[in-house]
Design a protein around this ligand. Structure first.
Ligand SMILES: [Mn+2]
Length: 339
């Protein structure tokens, strides 16, 4: 990837001027690619679909492409069939503008980033604190609960009518990134936007049902298995659990996304982690905290995310992975810098 990143310093954008800039691009550009990070979640998928709706309203053509399949649990999202995987993008030479949503760096889009022609303009819309401002236009609003909320704000500023489909998408994005309005990123504005979505046709009960009550039995069995592995570290300041490839062979249909959040329910520890061995020796680590900056810790381990929810990939055996996480945490605790 030859593209140069912009300043790496975190800085929130001025929403009015950057929205105007994006609006101007939408008006003059005709060939768009919309993408987001690998292992898409509810917010990233909702964001790409709301942005696609915005382009539809301007009668612009776009392709939506993600370097990963769409997890089955998001199959209820209106328009989800428009989201294509990497193999469906054999030729990207005609793309004039790539809109990258909910990705803190271009590398988070996996192989898609490399497919964006050098001549194409990149519009980067995100709410992650560590966003590397890799776009020609960067709309980074770290105070937003979700990227869906930012895209909706843009949609509203374009004076487009709020359809029930867009309302369902935006509501889903907010619910997914706020943990159903439980996390610290749930502000008054978030709840106001959510209320607006409900008035416009989003059904909160139905969306929660679609998101949470369609798990396979394997998912709950895998969760049960992981919960038996809860261990405390660093004088009980940290709690963690893990699943190995071997474990997951017993539960092939398990979706482990969100398992780490169960650890947050334990009183006492200030940091929670879940280690998921996705391939032999390759571990996906999820970090959470009620009050520490785990984005900083994930950053030291080659990952990133948000202050209270972040992740990284670490290779090695389980003990090595655990040692690296704990080594990093104990250094940060000692220095008292993770507040
Ligand atoms: Mn997000």
């Amino acid at each position: 990837m030859n593209r140069k990143n912009g300043e790496t310093k975190v800085r929130s954008s001025d929403p009015v001027s950057v929205h105007d800039e994006i609006k101007a691009i939408i008006k003059k550009e005709d060939r768009f690619l919309i993408t987001t990070h690998v292992r898409p979640d509810g917010d990233s998928l909702a964001s790409v679909l709301v942005f696609a709706g915005l382009l539809d309203a301007f009668r612009k053509s776009c392709r939506i492409c993600i370097d990963d399949g769409v997890p089955r649990k998001y199959d209820f999202l209106p328009g989800i069939e428009r989201v294509k995987s990497f193999d469906d993008l054999p030729d990207s030479s005609g793309i004039g503008t790539a809109v990258v949503l909910d990705a803190s760096g271009l590398e988070r889009t996996g192989r898609i980033g490399d497919r964006i022609p050098e001549t194409a303009r990149i519009v980067n819309i995100d709410h992650h604190e560590g966003n590397s401002r890799f776009g020609e236009v960067n709309c980074i609003l770290t105070g937003s609960s979700s990227t869906a909320e930012i895209v909706y704000d843009l949609y509203r500023r374009c004076d487009l009518p709020l359809t029930p489909e867009v309302a369902r998408l935006v509501y889903t994005g907010i619910v997914c990134d706020t943990g159903c309005f439980r996390f610290a990123n749930t502000g008054a504005q978030t709840l106001e936007t959510a209320a607006e979505m409900v008035r416009a046709g989003a059904d909160p009960g139905k969306i929660i049902h679609d998101l949470q009550n369609r798990h396979s039995a394997h998912t709950l069995q895998a969760l049960g298995h992981a919960l038996t592995r809860i261990r405390f570290f660093l004088d009980d300041a940290v709690v963690g659990m893990h699943l190995t490839c071997q474990d997951l062979k017993q539960f092939p249909e398990a979706d482990t996304e969100g398992f780490v959040n169960y650890l947050r329910m334990i009183e006492g520890p200030s940091v929670q982690f879940f280690i998921n061995e996705v391939q032999p020796g390759r571990h996906r680590v999820s970090l959470r905290s009620h009050e520490k900056d785990v984005n900083q810790i994930a950053g030291r381990l080659g990952g990133g995310g948000h202050a209270r929810a972040a992740g990284c990939d670490i290779t090695g055996n389980l003990e090595q992975v655990q040692d690296r996480i704990l080594g990093c945490l104990s250094a940060v605790f000692k220095a008292g810098r993770a507040d």
